[in-house]
Design a protein around this ligand. Structure first.
Ligand SMILES: [Zn+2]
Length: 190
């Protein structure tokens, strides 16, 4: 098994007793991605849910991967290189104000099916994933409003914050410029 968004032994705890609320928020991220990314993220079965409970961990998420040699490509022509077995998310993501962080991190981890953090295919995956978010801002807002910690007021800019978050993770400069253009255009629309 390989891990992306490298982490060190002992920081991931699978024996953590999840609260219903944390579990529910995790499920909201999963359902949103299942809905938005049909044919884009090829995942079967859907990755298992794991929490990172060390609040000092510098990363927000991690993916456990095994090589996929089937040669499949998704509906954007991106090659599937790995099967994502588990997605780990830092427990601190599950706060009312961290919805966008949760969505962006979850998407980032799923994009590892296309390759490692600095691979070209991973970068292309992030860009396409962001474009899909920007085309579906209503769906994203609905997921936040209807499920994510009720105390938090809906923020219209949230989907754009998700894009910005993905932008900062992009390591490929050409993709970075594309993302930036898409983001600027989307901002003009609100
Ligand atoms: Zn990563």
């Amino acid at each position: 098994m390989e891990y992306e968004c490298e982490c060190h032994g002992g920081l991931v705890h699978n024996d953590y007793v999840y609260s219903d609320r944390d579990n529910n928020c995790f499920k909201i991220l999963e359902d949103l991605c299942k809905d938005l990314y049909k044919g884009f993220f090829l995942v079967n079965p859907w990755p298992e849910r794991r929490f990172i409970i060390n609040s000092k961990a510098s990363y927000h998420g991690m993916a456990a991967l095994i090589k996929d040699k089937s040669g499949k490509t998704n509906n954007h022509g991106l090659p599937i290189r790995y099967s994502v077995q588990c997605v780990f998310l830092k427990k601190t993501i599950f706060k009312p104000e961290n919805f966008f962080d949760g969505v962006a991190t979850y998407i980032h981890e799923l994009c590892h099916m296309f390759g490692g953090d600095s691979s070209e295919t991973f970068s292309r995956g992030l860009t396409a994933a962001m474009e899909i978010i920007l085309k579906n801002t209503d769906t994203v807002q609905k997921a936040q409003k209807n499920g994510w910690r009720h105390s938090y007021e809906t923020n219209k800019r949230e989907p754009y914050q998700i894009s910005q978050f993905l932008f900062h993770q992009q390591k490929d400069n050409r993709e970075k410029r594309r993302l930036h253009r898409g983001y600027q255009m989307a901002l003009h629309q609100i």
